[in-house]
Design a protein. Structure first.
Length: 198
């Protein structure tokens, strides 16, 4: 019996090939997968807490990949590698590298010119990188952790609370989060900023 996945709204389905890259073959349900991924993500969070990253390190392709790898390396062989397939969300996979570079350059400009306040810079970055959808899966969790790293390591402020919710699970909080993302897609970043700080 292989891995059986039931996707919540807004989640990125894995291709058959991507699912075969599961490292822990005993995982057969989405609940088991979430549990193992969360353990790995917790290790990645501890890695970010134990270090102090510089702005230029954070705003780089290498860091985005390294963070994703830390978050999912014990579960997926493709952890930390840009996706090579089209998804229901995100840009054409061939444009991931250039678009991420543009985002990192834009973020550096926002910081240097104080275009937005620190919280809005971090959330704008989160919104843009999740829309690029760099990886086969885990983009929402990766983007939220990137926002936390930006606000904490670059601006020396506390990380976001994200409504203290497990946004990987179906439910009202996930719906609120997705609605805030949709509003951000229409240039209204405030609901996503409010959600991150609630």
């Amino acid at each position: 019996m292989g891995l059986e996945l039931e996707y919540a709204e807004g989640q990125t389905p894995l291709s058959e090939e991507e699912r075969h890259e599961l490292k822990i073959k005993s995982i057969t349900t989405h609940a088991e997968l979430n549990e193992f991924e969360q353990l790995n993500i917790q290790n990645a969070i501890e890695w970010t807490i134990a270090r102090k990253f510089k702005q230029d390190t954070i705003l780089s392709e290498n860091f985005a990949k390294e963070l994703h790898k830390k978050m999912f390396k014990d579960v997926w062989k493709w952890a930390g590698k840009f996706r090579l397939s089209e998804k229901n969300l995100g840009i054409n996979y061939r444009l991931i590298g250039p678009q991420l570079k543009q985002l990192n350059d834009d973020c550096l400009f926002w910081i240097n010119n104080k275009t937005y306040n620190p919280e809005e810079i971090a959330i704008r970055y989160k919104h843009r990188i999740v829309n690029i959808h760099c990886f086969a899966n885990g983009n929402g969790r990766h983007s939220r952790l990137m926002a936390d790293i930006i606000i904490n390591h670059i601006f020396n402020q506390r990380v976001f609370t994200w409504n203290a919710a497990d946004l990987a699970d179906k439910g009202e909080e996930r719906n609120n989060y997705l609605n805030a993302l949709r509003k951000a897609d229409k240039e209204n970043i405030q609901p996503l900023l409010d959600f991150a700080q609630s």
